[in-house]
Ligand binder design. Structure first.
Ligand code: 4AD
Ligand code: MG
Length: 430
């Protein structure tokens, strides 16, 4: 019976066949211990000289790291092994003997590993991180489907920019200009007026010259948008959504979190509601913490966000930023025009902003005014203004950065390890 490692629990005591790669090997004379992986998991294969053919024993001796082969064996329960199972090998058939695999069990530098990202993906740490990424994506679809959202796919090639005109990747679009999308939001607003509650999940591109552990040039964003929904209602959805994905990872990725040595007691606390602090209060808090230079009206950098997050053991919403440092489409607070109805959600433990969201301006005249004030004269967004002409309603939405969220939940220092093939300021290989 040909199975995968993830299925072994159903075959205890039976002989199975699994297509595998050799992750590592240890030998003690008459027994060889093979660390096997097949993409679905890891299992130890034990081969005893006196119990197999001479040929099988010799093949096992020849196996090098990352050699590929089929292994036959009997599944045994084994409480000492991390997976809970072991394979007593009965036979082996080689597919390829690998020579000089570059990533050995010894330590390698980051640049070396990044140059070999196409192979590095096979290591147990990277495997665990990307499985957590997969679980967050799965849980995202579950959450939004269960809450009555429709998935809508905004375009990636656009005629103009959503967030302002800087940081855009430019390309030719036949004899015109086009840009890679920085955010699908404006299109999602059109979709919300057609379908009520919508969400998108796709790649976004920012030509930011930032070289930090939180910035990617190409990253994936989940962007929900909701008609007839004010800022307060949007915050409730955000905290429920983030709690749900954290709890889903805790439930479905125990092994991966263990592989990564993640302190799960910190994740267990992540349950809605989340604390909130206004931008004004955040400025006061920062001054108390010794950031004497920060003035009202300035945006927060990573050190500010980390200092604010330290005061809380759950993600924290920073609300009502000054209009001057936020995007043109954010709705001003009716009681206080200089701030907008927005929030950034800051992850605990120094992982920074994972969500940016706001209520959107629904009044045509105000939106036009803001659009011009931001020097956005591009007629490519006529259609966006028109949404305020035909049945405009209060609406809100937000964008969650997938890689920063994976970094936080998996406890990974740098976002470059949270996406299969990261695009960084100095890297587009492999
Ligand atoms: O705060 P941002 O720029 O918000 C928007 O783009 C809105 N249009 C979203 C919306 O309301 N629909 O980006 C949203 C999130 C950030 O909170 C952050 O998690 C992530 O996207 N992000 C990045 N992640 C990795 N690398 C970068 N360069 C990122 N820039 C933003
Ligand atoms: Mg932001």
């Amino acid at each position: 019976m040909k199975i995968t490692i993830s299925e072994v629990s159903k075959y205890v005591g039976q002989e199975v066949k699994i297509g595998v790669w050799l992750a590592n090997k240890r030998s003690s004379g008459k027994i060889q211990f093979l660390q096997l992986r097949d993409g679905t998991g890891f299992i130890q294969g034990v081969i005893v000289k006196s119990e197999v053919s001479e040929e099988a024993w010799n093949i096992a001796k020849e196996l090098t790291q990352e050699s590929s082969f089929y292994v036959n064996g009997i599944v045994r329960e084994d409480h000492r092994s991390p997976s809970g199972y072991e394979l007593t090998v009965t036979d082996l058939s080689i597919i390829q003997i690998t020579e000089d695999y570059p990533i050995t069990p010894k330590e390698h530098g980051t640049e070396f590993l990044m140059d070999h990202r196409h192979l590095w993906l096979r290591s147990s740490r990277q495997h665990a991180i990307l499985r957590i990424r997969n679980e967050i994506i799965r849980a995202t679809y579950e959450f939004f489907n269960e809450h009555g959202f429709i998935k809508i796919d905004p375009p990636i090639l656009t005629g103009s920019s959503a967030e302002g005109t800087t940081d855009l990747f430019h390309t030719k679009y036949f004899d015109r200009d086009a840009y890679l999308s920085q955010s699908g939001q404006l299109y999602m607003e059109a979709a919300a007026m057609a379908f009520g509650k919508v969400f998108s999940f796709g790649p976004t591109f920012r030509a930011e010259k930032s070289k930090t552990r939180r910035h990617l040039i190409e990253f994936w964003m989940i962007e929900p948008e909701m008609a007839f929904t004010d800022h307060e209602e949007s915050l409730k959805i955000q905290e429920q959504y983030v709690s749900f994905i954290v709890q889903s990872v805790l439930k479905n990725c125990r092994m991966e979190l263990k592989t990564l040595d993640r302190d799960i007691s910190k994740l267990e606390k992540v349950q809605a509601p989340f604390p909130r602090i206004s931008y004004d209060k955040a400025i006061e808090l920062l001054k108390e913490k010794g950031f004497d230079d920060i003035e009202w009206g300035e945006d927060f950098g990573a050190p500010h966000e980390t200092a604010i997050a330290e005061s809380f053991d759950k993600p924290v919403f920073i609300t009502n930023y000054p209009a001057s440092i936020k995007a043109f489409y954010m709705k001003p607070d009716p009681d206080r025009e200089e701030v907008v109805l927005c929030a950034d959600l800051i992850a605990p433990e120094g992982y920074g902003e994972i969500i940016g969201g706001s209520q959107r301006i629904d009044d045509l005249e105000l939106l036009k005014k803001r659009y011009e004030e931001h020097n956005l004269t591009d007629p490519a967004y006529e259609w966006y203004l028109e949404l305020r002409k035909y049945g405009s309603v209060p609406h809100s939405g937000f964008g969650l950065g997938l890689e920063r969220t994976v970094a936080w939940i998996s406890g990974t220092e740098h976002v470059r390890e949270t996406i299969p093939f990261p695009r960084l300021l100095n890297r587009i290989y492999p």
